[in-house]
Ligand binder design. Structure first.
Ligand SMILES: Cc1cc2nc3c(=O)[nH]c(=O)nc-3n(C[C@H](O)[C@H](O)[C@H](O)COP(=O)(O)OP(=O)(O)OC[C@H]3O[C@@H](n4cnc5c(N)ncnc54)[C@H](O)[C@@H]3O)c2cc1C
Length: 378
């Protein structure tokens, strides 16, 4: 029986474990998970905060018992600290400080990403006790709902990506007055501007104040709440106030563990993988937000941290780690987000950057002798 260790118990890790079992039922994947919430829907957090999913337990795709019945062994509240690739060992520490050395034949990294802390003066000194939040884990969610229970009436969200906008809707539904501040000139920077304007109108129609072209530079606490210093579109200083601040400006890949194994890094500092989801270290695979993603249209790797991609990559990593031979077909940049009564969807390349991508691709196809217009991977 081959020993498969998976680090991470979210979209990528669980998908890898389940697929490994399907591929070879004699494999008993052991999942090392830093927190106590395996297989929770992180994507569902805004709907718990809004009150639409009242019980946080309902965010679990599967219960622990269901995961164990499916053949996955779980080591919860246990952090993998180090990999010794020569002896094929994962060194882990349990919550009580106990260290264990876990042997593996194959290993999958599904360590995800960590939220970006933008360079805002004062942010490093403030946290949940001051009603200042990042949002990425169930722990962050509990901290935010605790702050909301203290009854703030205004919230300011830094970042108008899809999480910022889903949270603008969630907090509005909870009765807060919400302001969204975005340094780009539009909300949802992944959309073409015409579509982004429709989304912005929808936010405003529901009472959300939207300040694009505005960069938050400082955060301080006052007797009445939080004071937010910013620079507006005309570079003039702006001062805003709110009782709660949410910082959601993107994520960066969590590669701390992978680096201890000597795994090579790729796009945006994410773990470099081939289309079998193999890292540069023998017998070690990676999937999800910690790894880069092959983009079919660009015929290149990009960093695309999405649950849908994490799930698919985990499936490939799990199958190959259990002795299969399958390739990730690639992503095409599909994203869908609901903002109040509007659903914005995109796929493929945007207007901006499309011309240069097509030119690069055409050059590459010529260089490798393929006829013009034939997409890679077809
Ligand atoms: C509020 C919110 C809404 C979102 N909505 C959507 C959406 O609508 N659609 C979509 O596609 N995506 C969405 N996403 C993104 C999506 O949740 C992530 O892309 C997805 O969770 C990535 O899965 P993952 O398994 O790669 O990593 P993560 O979910 O980040 O999980 C990482 C796992 O690794 C564990 N871990 C990390 N380091 C260690 C270690 N050293 N030892 C042991 N365990 C470790 C963690 O405990 C965790 O179990 C959303 C994200 C957020 C925060």
């Amino acid at each position: 029986m081959s020993r498969l260790v998976i680090v991470g118990g979210s979209d990528a890790g669980i998908s890898a474990g389940l697929r490994a079992r399907q591929t070879d039922p004699s494999v008993e994947p052991l999942l090392v998970v830093a927190d106590a919430y395996p297989n929770f829907s992180i994507c569902g957090i805004p709907y718990h905060v809004s009150g639409e999913v009242p019980d946080w337990r309902s965010l679990a795709h599967r219960t622990r018992d269901e995961l164990q019945t499916a053949g996955l062994q779980l080591l919860l509240d246990t952090r993998a600290r180090r990999i010794d690739p020569d002896s094929r060992l994962v060194i882990v520490t349990a919550a009580d400080g106990r260290e264990q050395r876990l042997p593996y034949d194959n290993l999958v990294f599904g360590t995800g990403a960590t939220p970006v802390r933008p360079p805002i003066k004062g942010l490093d000194r403030l946290g949940p006790a001051d009603n200042v939040h990042l949002l990425h884990t169930m722990g962050d969610t509990f901290a935010l709902t605790e702050s909301l229970a203290r009854g703030p009436s205004t919230a300011l969200i830094i970042g108008a990506g899809y999480i910022g906008l889903e949270m603008a809707e969630a907090l509005t539904l909870r009765g807060l007055e919400v302001t969204v501040v975005e340094q780009l000139a539009q909300v949802l920077g992944t959309l073409d501007i015409e579509l982004a304007r429709l989304v912005e109108d929808e936010l405003i129609r529901h009472g959300v104040q939207v300040r694009t072209g505005t960069t938050v530079t400082g955060l301080t606490t006052t007797r009445d709440g939080l004071r937010i210093a910013a620079r507006g579109p005309d570079a003039l200083p702006v001062t805003l106030a709110a009782e709660l601040v949410l910082v959601v400006v993107g994520v960066r890949p969590d590669t701390v563990l992978a680096r201890t194994a000597g795994a090579g890094l790729g796009q945006a500092g994410a773990i470099a993988v081939d289309r079998h989801m193999r890292t540069s270290v023998p017998h070690v695979f990676a999937a999800g937000d910690c790894a880069h993603t092959y983009h079919r249209l660009l015929d290149d790797n990009v960093y695309l941290p999405l649950g849908s991609t994490a799930h698919k990559q985990g499936h490939i990593a799990g199958e190959n780690a259990a002795g299969g031979d399958t390739r990730f077909a690639g992503a095409v940049g599909t994203q869908v987000v609901k903002v109040f009564d509007l659903v914005a969807a995109r796929t493929g390349l945007r207007d901006r950057g499309c011309d240069s991508a097509v030119a690069q691709l055409t050059d590459r196809l010529h260089a490798c002798g393929r006829p013009q217009g034939v997409l890679p991977g077809r």
